[in-house]
Write a protein that binds this ligand. Structure first.
Ligand code: F6R
Length: 620
């Protein structure tokens, strides 16, 4: 979840750009950089770590003293700046943005992922372009160079047409000292229109202190800005007319991207978090690429079993992964709560892959469980969101989610990003071990690629209905969640969210277990949340729903659109779009996250910081 800021106008812009980056710090980052254009020449400075390091590198700390680009040169009035959350390539100064072309006449900053970076890089290298970083982003500077015939907007449009993926980028050219050009495909991009000055950013807070007029750039559009304003065009060069809007947020709302809480903001960031996690690991319609894991093929082919250790929400993501891996790759998967595993003298050895799932990469029980397994000869993988975290150092191999910084204590976007990563792993194992035919893998890849847009669609469509359910249940004293098979981890996670942020006792059960005791809990006052999405065992779930109804409990069902049978037996039904049944959890959890959220908000609770809980955050 990187940050972009750009400026063109009359004011010296170095400090404006860094102030803009400061407003995007909440997104998380591990390095930063700035490019300033003056006298036909671009100076760029990059620094690993926080913005204090960038400030020191540009000489702000030593103003009038020792060096820094902005001290040495007259004040620039056009520039680009960026905070990077590493995806491609390590956290190094070379990999920090901005990135240049061969002649350093062009500089670009990019958020997101360029899916076809490897093939473009090969082509460009064959044409003689030389690269200085490991990033996918640098491709874009060289592509613009390839198409540069004197008009920066045309060159950006031609480069844009060659890219696949999920990104937004902005470019600056030393021959065009009055212009910035940017383009958007899925990742946010917005223009701030000031008085004789114009800003570009990945989020409004970056320029809100300077102007409240914002022009939103939509997918597939290119925007050219100068001091007088902005011109939008589409991929063919046809002008797009859109009025700018007045932003009415106060500072607090701005920090949360206009959402009332971080939790809601992060719930709505899930399409991006999932897309960033999967996009470039699905480089073709029929292939998963997890070569980054560098697991020896012999080990992958001969692995005896997988053991997943994790805590809380990460444990639930592991449960989702278990179904996918067993279903697709036919490797037995054992799940364990890390705080139990570490104390039970587990039987584990060299033929086992042990996966520690930990968003923060710093949860002590998960780290201890991973270390124990490694001592006993297992190959240990960390699935984490945080580069440089302890888990990445304790593991043999690392699979990163790319969800960006999660500020709210309750995990939401990290759960769906973890589930997405587990799906990638399941498919990759199936591909490597030959347990699924290639055409089935291709079908599942197509479904997985469709998940980010279905996530956005679900959030949009379901919120109103969830609010109604939450309003009708905000006095409830107990929630029961019931599901089977792939629906069970969704219930466990939904119940965890409910208790964590609304403080309402909630329990989740395998629906088939109801008759063995818990059914005694049910009466007219108990809302029962059932995950009843399409699957081979939907009939079984529906007969459990009937048992619940017979006790007078109110049934709130999560169902697949078009599945009328569920609505016939439920009191309230929340729909999610159809997808392959193994992938359903990623969509089915969305109404349950929102349900916990709205119930807690109706009760006036602080959802971002629930009582007695703190988040492990390791980003500087
Ligand atoms: C729940 C939640 C926790 C974490 C758990 C593990 O909303 O956030 O249950 O999932 O503390 O944390 P990580 O994944 O950082 O190891």
């Amino acid at each position: 979840m990187c940050g972009i800021v750009g400026y063109v106008g009359k004011r010296p812009c170095r400090d404006l750009l860094i102030a803009g980056l400061e407003k995007l710090e909440y997104r998380g980052y591990d390095s930063a950089g700035i490019s300033l254009l003056q006298n036909g020449h671009i100076d760029s400075v990059r620094a690993v770590g926080n913005l204090a390091n960038l400030r020191a590198a540009v000489g702000i700390e030593g103003e009038g003293g020792n060096g820094g680009v902005a001290v040495a040169a007259p004040p620039a009035t056009i520039g680009l700046a960026h905070t990077r959350w590493a995806t491609h390539g390590r956290v190094t100064e070379e990999n920090a943005h901005p990135h240049g072309d061969c002649e350093d006449r062009i500089q670009i900053v990019l958020n997101g992922i360029v899916e076809n970076h490897a093939e473009l890089r090969r082509e460009l290298e064959a044409e003689g372009h030389s690269f200085t970083s490991e990033t996918d982003a640098e491709i874009v500077a060289h592509l613009i160079e390839r198409h540069d015939e004197g008009d920066l907007t045309d060159a950006v449009r031609a480069a844009f047409a060659e890219l696949r993926g999920h990104y937004a980028f902005a470019a600056m050219h030393s021959d065009h000292p009055d212009t910035l050009v940017a383009a958007r495909q899925e990742c946010p991009l917005v223009v701030g229109i000031g008085d004789g000055e114009t800003f570009l950013a990945s989020a409004i807070p970056a320029f809100l202190a300077q102007t409240r007029r914002a022009l939103l750039v939509e997918n597939g559009e290119i925007v050219t800005i100068d001091a007088a304003g902005a011109a939008l065009t589409d991929g063919e060069g046809t002008p797009v007319n859109r009025e700018s809007e007045e932003v009415t947020w106060d500072e607090d709302a701005a920090e949360k991207g206009g959402f009332p809480t971080y939790m809601l903001k992060e719930i709505y960031e899930q399409p991006d978090a999932i897309a960033e996690t999967i996009t470039d690991r699905l480089p073709a319609t029929d292939r998963v690429d997890l070569s980054e894991l560098e697991l020896p093929p012999d080990f992958v082919a001969g692995m005896r079993r997988i053991v997943i250790v994790a805590c809380g929400t990460s444990y639930h993501a592991g449960l989702v992964g278990r179904y996918a891996i067993e279903q697709w790759a036919r490797v037995p998967v054992e799940m364990d709560i890390a705080s139990e595993y570490r104390y039970r003298d587990p039987v584990v050895g060299p033929d086992d892959l042990v996966i520690g799932i930990t968003q923060s990469g710093e949860t002590a029980d998960t780290l201890a469980a991973m270390r124990l397994a490694r001592e006993r000869g297992a190959t240990v993988m960390a699935l984490t969101n945080i580069m440089g975290s302890q888990a990445t150092r304790d593991a043999d191999t690392v699979l990163f989610t790319r969800a960006g910084l999660e500020v709210c204590v309750a995990a939401t976007k990290t759960f769906t990003a973890q589930a997405a990563a587990m799906y990638l792993l399941g498919l990759w194992l199936a591909q490597s071990r030959g347990t699924l035919p290639p055409e089935r893998i291709a079908e599942l890849i197509a479904e997985l690629k469709g998940i980010p847009s279905k996530t956005a669609e679900t959030l949009e469509a379901v919120d109103e209905g969830v609010r109604r359910v939450a309003r009708s249940q905000d006095e409830a004293r107990f929630f029961l969640y019931l599901g089977r098979n792939i629906g069970l981890p969704v219930c466990l996670e939904g119940a965890l969210k409910m208790k964590e942020i609304s403080y309402i006792p909630s329990d989740a059960y395998a629906a088939g277990e109801m008759k063995h005791g818990p059914i005694a809990l049910l009466d007219e006052s108990t809302p029962v949340v059932c995950v009843a999405t399409e699957s081979p065992i939907l009939d079984k779930v529906l007969s459990n729903v009937a048992e619940v109804r017979a006790r007078g409990a109110a049934v709130i069902a999560v169902a697949t659109e078009g599945s009328e049978r569920v609505a016939e037996v439920a009191d309230q039904t929340l729909y999610v779009p159809p997808t392959d049944w193994v992938l359903q959890p990623i969509l089915a959890i969305l109404p349950l996250q929102l349900l916990a959220y709205h119930v807690a908000r109706f009760r006036g609770l602080n959802v971002d910081q629930p009582r007695n809980l703190a988040k492990t955050v390791t980003v500087e």
